[in-house]
Design a protein around this ligand. Sequence first.
Ligand SMILES: [Zn+2]
Length: 250
Amino acid sequence: MIKKDKHFFEKYSRQMIMDQVGIKGQDKIIKSEICVIGCGGLGTSVAQYLSMSGISNFNLVDFDSVSISNLNRQTLFTEKDIGKKKSKVLSKKIKEINSLAEANYFDEKVTSKNIHNFINKKAIVLDCTDNFESRLLINKYCHDHKKILVSAAIQNFDIQAFMLAPWLDNDNPCYKCIFPELTNDNEASCDEMGIISSVAGLAGLIQANLTINYILGLKTSFKEFILLDCINLDMKKISIKKNRECKICN
Ligand SMILES: [Zn+2]
């Protein structure tokens, strides 16, 4: 339980001063429990900004270690962290931002056997993975266990982001509704595609922003596909529909 003392009010004063946040909103932020799967370009940005907002309860999942080629985009990792486990380093960095935060880390690859251990009681899941196998697995778990799923993907200078909750309403789509044909054969990882620091950071920031909006009860759509072209800074929102044939959410 985080004590609401002078330090607390001072730390979050710039956001609590807004009508959309206030003491009640900050309380909702503090009490939110988050699972971040994938602690790379998206996950580090997500975790950093959600932690700064006051979110104090994280599960962080990643099986990988920090490498020198990660440092162009994976904020919070530095040259000193090379070779160390990403989830563990991220947990330490979150505690440096907020010493009262609980940041559990899991040095594991997400599978159908262990996914429950990571998400379990966390209400909001940030999918920050870079492969379709994990994304489809997380999508199914979130649907079956009624979790809010916040997802993003990056391809060169393009960002895709969306929030999903197919269990909440009969018309809400799931990830599989949007990408019915996906398999691991269609994917290319960041290593093959190339990615620049600001695009990765922005994608994570969009996820963090969607999450905060949802927590605060601000405008949230579970039927919107956000596309951001980072060269022209052109943002589009496409309405997405449930696939009535989808085997996951029907
Ligand atoms: Zn579906």
